[in-house]
Design a protein around this ligand. Structure first.
Ligand SMILES: [Cu+2]
Length: 119
């Protein structure tokens, strides 16, 4: 019985022709928005940063977009750029001159977190 179950499990990843909820499920454009613009973090109405994590080269200007819902950026890493206070319907450019990982959260939704890695 155990051998049968293991065999079944091992086969699940290979076929995928039956549709359903696997990784090959077709998504609509509404489910799967276009990838964000390079060096841009969108603070979404869905209460998340998109992308949540971003890697850039030293000296890069990162654009934070705040549209639809008020969000901000509060950095928690020493040496971070200045915080962005709660903002709505505007973009704010932030320069990251120095290598490091800069953690941040939203001052309104403190479970909304992300980081920028500069390397
Ligand atoms: Cu927020």
């Amino acid at each position: 019985m155990t051998a049968v179950l293991l065999g079944f499990t091992a086969c699940r990843g290979g076929g995928g022709a039956s549709g359903g909820t696997g990784p090959y499920m077709v998504q609509t454009s509404a489910d799967n928005p276009a990838p964000p613009t390079p060096n841009t973090i969108n603070a979404n109405p869905a209460i998340a940063y998109n992308p949540q994590y971003l890697t850039v080269a030293p000296g890069t200007t990162v654009t934070f977009n705040f549209f639809g819902v008020q969000h901000g950026v509060t950095f928690t890493t020493p040496g971070s750029p200045n915080n962005i206070p709660p903002t709505m319907n505007a973009s704010v450019n932030v320069v990251f001159p120095t290598a490091g990982t800069y953690n941040f959260y939203c001052p309104i939704h403190n479970y909304m977190t992300g980081y920028v890695t500069v390397q």
